[in-house]
Design a protein around this ligand. Structure first.
Ligand code: ZN
Length: 242
C-alpha cells in the first residue's frame, strides 16, 4: 500500500491541491490534523479531504473550528483567523472537525496517528528527543505519526533511547524494527524555512517512508488571505516558510 501523510493544511487549498497533484496514485490519505485555521479556504479544504476519503485526527485548530473553547489559547492572529473560520464553514464541516478522533490506529498498519503527540494529542509539541522518549510508552504500534510543529522530523529508537535524525527530501527511510516518531511537516504553513509544501509517503510493501516537497501558488493563497481580511502576517509568513 502507498499511503500519503499530510498535516497542518491550515485552509490552504492551493497547497493541498499541489500536494494531491504531486502524490501519484495512493491507496490511502492520512491527515494529522489542523486542516483549518490561519488560511482562507476552510470549507473547501475539508470538502476536498472528505471527498478523497482521507482518514484523520483532530488538531487544536480543528477542535476550535468545531466549536471548542481552546480558541482562547490561540495567539492573536490565530484567534482572529479562527473566529473568521467559524463563519465560513457549514454545519457538516463543523461536526466533521468536532468528531475527528484524537488518536487513530488504522487497523493492521503499525502506525498510530496523532496531531501533537500520543500522550497529549491536541497540544504537545514533539520538538526534542527527550519529549519523543517520554512519548514511547503512549503508543503500542511500532511507529507514530505526528504533526503540529510544522517541521519535518524523525525520532528513532537506538538502544532504548529516542534520537533526533535529519530528514532528507526524497530519501527513503527503512521502516525497520526500531520504533519511530515521524513528522511529515506542514502542507499549508511550513515553518522550517522552506516555503514549499511538505508531506510524506509510506510504502508498506517496501517498508519505507519518504519526505517530499512541492511548490504551490503562494501568491494566490496570500491574495485570498488579504481578500478575506485575515491578518497580513498570515500571508507574509508563507513566503518565508516560518
Ligand atoms: Zn498547525
Amino acid at each position: 500500500m502507498r499511503i500519503a501523510v499530510l498535516s497542518d493544511i491550515h485552509s490552504n487549498l492551493n497547497a493541498l491541491e499541489a500536494v494531491l497533484g504531486a502524490l501519484g496514485p495512493v491507496d490511502a490519505i492520512w491527515h494529522l490534523g489542523d486542516t483549518v485555521g490561519y488560511g482562507p479556504r476552510p470549507q473547501a479544504v475539508v470538502d476536498r479531504l472528505r471527498a478523497a476519503g482521507a482518514l484523520g485526527v483532530r488538531g487544536n485548530h480543528d477542535e476550535a473550528g468545531g466549536g471548542g473553547t481552546c480558541i482562547k489559547y490561540f495567539n492573536p492572529d490565530g484567534f482572529r483567523a479562527m473566529e473568521w473560520t467559524r463563519t465560513q464553514i457549514d454545519e457538516s464541516t463543523r461536526l466533521y472537525l468536532a468528531r475527528l478522533p484524537e488518536v487513530r490506529v488504522p487497523e493492521g498498519s503499525g502506525f498510530t496517528l496523532a496531531h501533537g503527540s500520543p500522550s497529549d494529542p491536541i497540544w504537545e509539541y514533539i520538538t526534542s528527543s527527550e519529549i519523543a522518549q517520554a512519548n514511547l510508552a503512549a503508543f503500542d504500534t511500532p511507529y507514530c505519526l505526528v504533526g503540529h510543529t510544522h517541521v519535518p522530523r524523525l525520532f528513532r529508537e537506538s538502544r532504548g533511547r529516542m534520537k533526533a535524525m535529519s530528514v532528507d527530501e526524497g530519501g527513503r527511510l527503512a521502516l525497520d524494527d526500531r520504533r519511530m516518531i515521524l513528522n511529515p511537516g506542514s502542507v499549508g504553513q511550513p515553518r522550517d524555512g522552506d516555503p514549499r509544501s511538505s508531506y510524506m509517503l509510506i510504502d508498506t510493501a517496501a517498508a519505507c517512508a519518504s519526505w517530499h516537497r512541492v511548490e504551490y501558488d503562494i501568491a494566490a493563497t496570500q491574495a485570498a488571505i488579504s481578500a478575506a481580511g485575515l491578518p497580513p502576517n498570515l500571508a507574509r509568513r508563507l513566503a518565508f516558510g516560518w
